[in-house]
Design a protein around this ligand. Structure first.
Ligand SMILES: [Zn+2]
Length: 135
């Protein structure tokens, strides 16, 4: 297996990858997207589990034409900077849209899709992507 896909790491972050579940710091409000015991900003240990909304606004986007080994078979693909109602921002892959259809300010919704696949082992990693709101 190439070093790019580590199933254990993806398993540990499954609540974030499948449900957008984060740990918000009760002291400073910082959103911590990865499993941790202290806030990345203020080092507080008062972290509260919370789900981010499944809809966000697209701030900016680009097309990745040349990717790392793990994502190479998926290139070209779209990546966007998204902002939730509370101001939290994340970077995520975009799906179900062509580059020409996207506009800054568009409302996007989260869907779970294949993120990457290891060619040798066949390990498939799923996670969230965002697409233009359908309904
Ligand atoms: Zn904090």
């Amino acid at each position: 297996m190439r070093p790019g896909i580590r199933p254990q790491e993806h398993w540990r972050s499954k609540r974030f990858r499948y449900m957008l579940e984060v740990l918000r710091c009760a002291n400073c409000g910082t959103v911590n997207a990865t499993r941790r015991s202290v806030c990345r900003r203020c080092r507080s240990t008062s972290l509260v589990r919370e789900r981010l909304p499944e809809r966000a606004r697209l701030l900016a986007f680009t097309e990745v034409k040349s990717a790392t080994d793990v994502h190479d078979e998926m290139a070209p693909y779209l990546v966007g900077l998204l902002e939730f109602e509370d101001g939290t921002r994340i970077v995520a892959q975009l799906t179900d849209a062509d580059y020409e259809e996207l506009r800054p300010g568009m409302e996007m919704e989260m869907v779970v899709r294949k993120i990457a696949q290891d060619g040798e082992s066949g390990v498939i990693v799923y996670g969230f992507k965002f697409r233009p709101v359908v309904s």
